[in-house]
Write a protein that binds this ligand. Structure first.
Ligand SMILES: [Zn+2]
Length: 104
């Protein structure tokens, strides 16, 4: 990853910390992803998650995996994703996403 991108990420985080920019950490983004896919987010929260997905090098890939997994689960068993399945999915997603510089 380029130094410039890293720098910009640090800047975003700093701005978010002092409340000047609605930047989510990857962890926050991940935690909102299932709500995003199920259309349970407020327009504001949705905008923040989408803004993160636009800039983040990692999250869109995971979002795609989750989308595919949920689509498959629905094809097999139509209806809302059960809370258990949802929690298991979110855990798996979180584990795969862990990265050393994401401890904010
Ligand atoms: Zn991210």
């Amino acid at each position: 990853m380029g130094a410039e991108r890293r720098l910009r990420g640090m800047l975003m985080k700093a701005l978010a910390l002092v409340g000047l920019h609605p930047w989510l950490t990857c962890r926050q983004c991940v935690e909102s992803v299932t709500e995003l896919l199920e259309d349970e987010l407020s327009p504001r929260a949705r905008g923040r998650v989408l803004a993160h997905l636009e800039r983040c090098p990692d999250c869109p890939r995971y979002l795609h995996q989750i989308e595919v997994t949920i689509a498959l689960a629905r094809a097999i068993n139509p209806g809302p994703v059960s809370p258990d399945a949802r929690a298991a999915l979110l855990d798996a997603f979180r584990d795969r996403h862990r990265s050393p510089d994401e401890e904010t």
